[in-house]
Ligand binder design. Structure first.
Ligand SMILES: [Zn+2]
Length: 411
């Protein structure tokens, strides 16, 4: 094969192949590459200035995309320039975005593969170490993030996500309009969210925030009130229903421990069933629940209460919402369902924020979808020690809409 043909196959603008080596046994292709004549302008990688003269030249070896079955290595001549501003600097080569031994398009291919598969799987496919794949993926995402314009933050979501035993909770701030997470902070204290408002936003940006969907969690409320005076706090359906799910799970566990024998066997493994909406269950699953309800009235009552609370968000006026909530609380009387009584007290003391749903239109389901995506990433990646990597992954996921299962379900 002639070098001119290989130059066409390589397709690096401005570069030509001047030597090659094909190893049939090892299935490797090695190309030696240098600038074409007439393509001599050098660009300083420090400041972007164009320079005529080279200081010296070195060879760099990088992995490029495979050619047929052959793993391809490119040995490329890279110049250094003597820049009046930056001193001696290596020239800027578009195909070589970093010091790592990979071409840009190789890194792009790895990064794209990481969008839908775990790093371990991508590593196997490309014959790299998993840690190398993660490093490439991070650079790929950083380049993507640097090129895009950040959307304005007007309606925000604030949420907590449990990362695991070691890292505990992180606070997730998301943009409800662009449906993406914008910031992660460790722990879930007031100081955590303060850190976002203080460090990430200017005073003007803080004033532009009009609504926040948050959990009924005091530290978040205090922080928002302090930093974003124009922001209305909305305790949205997703967060309130999380509390209702917690309540029914407490009832289930109490019944499980109190009663022995048959009951224990019946309640065991029903957690997921009890947390599911009736309308989402198949007929066999409904049958299972019905049998459980026939045996235990308390769990039955708790399930009805959880299911009916959901209807609160079908009302569009404050009066109707308040009425419905009062009727719901009336049903609790004589039931001796402590977790639900506690929930009712929480709802009453946060009523204003719940009613804000009628006063401010916030997109529903976004916080839930972002949450779902992050949890999906965590499951797949088996823990992220690098929070900014996790954030970039989640943002990219939102931008490309690759997952968004929860979002579709909510729509
Ligand atoms: Zn320079």
């Amino acid at each position: 094969m002639r070098d001119t043909d290989l130059t066409k196959l390589l397709g690096w603008p401005g570069y030509r192949v001047y030597r090659h080596e094909i190893d049939e046994e090892a299935k490797t292709l090695k190309l030696w590459v240098r600038r074409k004549r007439g393509h001599q302008k050098l660009v300083c990688s420090g400041c972007g200035r164009e320079l005529e003269k080279a200081h010296d030249v070195n060879e760099r070896v990088v992995h490029d995309l495979p050619c047929m079955e052959f793993r391809t290595t490119v040995v490329v001549e890279v110049y250094r320039v003597c820049c009046p501003d930056c001193g001696i600097k290596v020239e800027k080569v578009p195909q070589l975005p970093t010091k790592a031994p990979f071409s840009k398009r190789f890194e792009d291919a790895v990064g794209q593969a990481c969008e839908s598969a775990a790093a371990r799987q991508v590593a196997l496919r490309f014959g790299l170490a998993a840690s190398t794949v993660r490093a490439i993926d991070l650079r790929y995402l950083e380049r993507w993030a640097a090129d895009r314009r950040k959307p304005v933050l007007a309606q925000m979501g604030v949420d907590e996500i449990h990362l695991g035993k070691k890292q505990k909770f992180i606070t997730v701030v998301s943009n409800l309009d662009s449906a993406e997470p914008v910031w992660f902070g460790r722990e879930r204290k007031k100081e955590t969210l303060d850190g976002f408002f203080e460090g990430e936003l200017t005073g003007r940006q803080r004033m532009r925030i009009t609504a926040a969907c948050v959990d009924m969690w005091e530290p978040y409320r205090l922080s928002i009130e302090q930093w974003a005076p124009n922001c209305r706090i909305v305790y949205d359906k997703f967060h309130v229903m999380q509390h209702a799910n917690k309540a029914i799970d407490e009832v289930r566990r109490a019944e499980f421990f109190r009663k022995g024998g048959v009951m224990r066997g019946l309640v065991k493994g029903k957690r997921w069933l009890l947390l599911s909406r009736w309308m989402n269950l198949s007929s066999t699953k409904r049958q299972e629940l019905t049998e459980l309800f026939a045996m235990n009235r308390k769990i039955f009552k708790a399930y009805l209460l959880k299911e009916s609370l959901d209807r609160l968000w079908t009302y569009r006026s404050e009066g109707a919402m308040v009425n419905y909530l009062h009727r719901w609380i009336d049903q609790l009387r004589w039931q001796r369902l402590k977790p639900f009584q506690k929930l009712a007290e929480t709802l009453v003391s946060h009523l204003d924020g719940i009613l804000n749903y009628c006063r401010t239109k916030v997109p529903l389901g976004i916080v839930e979808a972002i949450n779902g995506n992050i949890k999906c990433l965590l499951r797949r990646g088996r823990g992220y020690r690098n929070l900014s990597y996790l954030l970039l992954k989640a943002q990219r996921m939102a931008a490309t809409r690759t997952e968004f299962v929860a979002f579709r379900k909510a729509a």
